[in-house]
Structures are given as C-alpha cells and as structure tokens.
Design a protein around this ligand. Structure first.
Ligand code: CO
Length: 151
C-alpha cells in the first residue's frame, strides 16, 4: 500500500512537471516575439529566423529594381524618352567619338548630372522621386531627351 501511494505521488509529480514544462514551451515563442532584448535562448532563435527573411526581402528588392540603358550615339540619346519607376537606375553610355554629357535642363533641379563622357564611358543615376526629367548635352544643347519617373 505504502509503495503504491509513493508510486502514485511520483507519477503525479512527473505529470505536474510535464505540465509546467509544456506551459513554458508554449509561452516561450510569444516571449521571443515581444522581448527582443531578452538575454535568454529565444534571442538566438529570433536572429536565426530574421536573417533568412531579410535575404528573401533583399532578393525581391533586387528583382524589382530595373536598369534602363540609354545610348548616346550620332549626337542623340536613344531612346529619346524612357519611362521608369521610382528606385530604378538609368545608365547612359556614350558610343560617339565626340564627348557628351547628361545635364538637367533645370540645373537647380534634382536629377542626373554627369561629367563629359568619352567614347565607351557610362554614367548611372538612380531616380528617387517621381517626375519628368528633361535633360540635354551641355556642348550640344540641341541634344535633348526626357526620363519620366512614375511612382
Ligand atoms: Co553632346
């Protein structure tokens, strides 16, 4: 009888222990979500899950950014008008022996402004604001073109 009662109390104790352990396990994930500064193990768990999701976000961002190429050839920008999205990069490459540049018509406005480009040289600008950007070549003001940047 005595042994049986001891056995029952041990089993009860083990079950209670399992119950407490289970409650702790259930409560841990919510603790890791709410307490980023916690010094406990959940911090490492948070960092592990944060890194993969960050790299996925980086990949998506890289895929969505477009790079548009404009040739400077025969004293003209080709295509003469391009339409891009905010965050997109535009690259001008001079194919002429004559040096050309890319300068905003309104020189006080934000936008592309390059040095003179020798043959084969490129200049890139990433548009961060929507708008219509009219530009020209400073040695040849008749060389005019437009970049339209949409949201
Ligand atoms: Co020019």
């Amino acid at each position: 009888m005595k042994n049986k009662r001891v056995a029952v109390s041990i089993i009860a104790g083990v079950l209670a222990g399992i119950g407490i352990a289970a409650m702790l396990l259930i409560s841990l994930p919510s603790d890791s979500d709410s307490k980023d500064n916690s010094v406990d193990a959940p911090v490492a768990q948070t960092n592990e899950t944060a890194n993969p999701s960050k790299s996925v976000a980086d990949t998506n961002e890289a895929e969505s950014v477009q790079s548009t190429m404009i040739d400077i050839k025969n004293y003209a920008y080709t295509p003469v008008t391009v339409t891009v999205k905010v965050g997109d990069k535009v690259t001008w490459t001079n194919q002429d022996s004559m040096r050309h540049d890319v300068v905003m018509d309104d020189d006080s406005a934000e936008g592309p402004n390059s040095e003179l480009l020798a043959k084969g040289e490129s200049y890139s600008y990433t548009f961060t604001k929507a708008g219509t950007y009219e530009y020209h070549c400073s040695p040849h003001p008749y060389m005019k073109a437009t970049v339209v940047v949409e949201e």
